[in-house]
Design a protein around this ligand. Structure first.
Ligand code: GRF
Length: 208
């Protein structure tokens, strides 16, 4: 019997990256990976609705209910462990993780960030890049550490910034690449094809 790696996804927003993962699982593009649970820190966020529509278990942990980041993270970790996840994917999850969280899933937490790191970490990477006037923007999938978007880079995709762009057009162009890159790297993760060597990550090709 094939063992299917179990993926937990955390999100805060509309959940289009989650949807890309759900769609990838459905069409075989996550390999054997299976999204077993989706957690959110905002009630009524689109991500929870998308997960429910796909009959995936969900949990809600609202950070204002917790006195500290550690207490919040401990609750999220407990929910992910209860679902026996092997990998954690942050798909628009707007929280910085504590060392306690990361210790529960060492080198097993991935994030998608809508900028070419290490430029423009933190909130609104696309807007930061647009206002800065860069000519090339993009997105990054990286391992999560306890800094702000500072973990080892797994993969990046670049898009041009056009003279007549506005913030919304650039955002949409980057999002197309996010939806492609994140499922591809989650697949590489669940197939144990990410090799971490210091800060450098090699993505091994799929087996023939
Ligand atoms: C994405 O741009 C993601 O990179 C960023 O937040 C946005 C979330 O979008 N961290 P969605 O919730 O996946 O639609």
């Amino acid at each position: 019997m094939t063992v299917r790696p179990r993926v937990g996804v955390l999100a805060s927003g509309s959940g289009t990256n989650l949807q890309a993962l759900i769609d990838a699982e459905r069409n075989g593009a996550l390999g054997a990976g299976r999204i077993v649970v989706v957690g959110a820190n905002r009630a009524n966020c689109g991500a929870l609705a998308r997960a429910q529509a796909a009959s995936i278990d969900t949990f809600l942990v609202e950070h204002r209910d917790y006195p500290t980041r550690e207490a919040f993270d401990a609750t999220v970790v407990a929910a992910l462990q209860a679902a026996r996840v092997d990998w954690v994917v942050l798909a628009g999850f707007m929280r910085i993780l504590t060392p306690g969280f990361l210790a529960a899933f060492p080198a097993r937490v991935l994030n998608i960030h809508p900028a070419l790191l290490p430029s423009f970490p933190g909130v609104d990477g696309q807007g930061q890049a647009f206002r800065h006037g860069v000519k090339v923007a993009g997105c990054t999938v990286h391992f999560v550490d306890d800094g702000v978007d500072s973990g080892p880079i797994i993969a990046q995709a670049a898009v041009p910034v056009l003279d007549d762009d506005d913030d919304a057009r650039l955002r949409a162009r980057i999002l197309v690449e996010e939806h492609r890159l994140l499922p591809a790297m989650v697949r590489a993760a669940v197939e144990d094809r990410l090799v971490l060597d210091g800060r450098r990550v090699r993505v091994l090709p799929p087996p023939l």
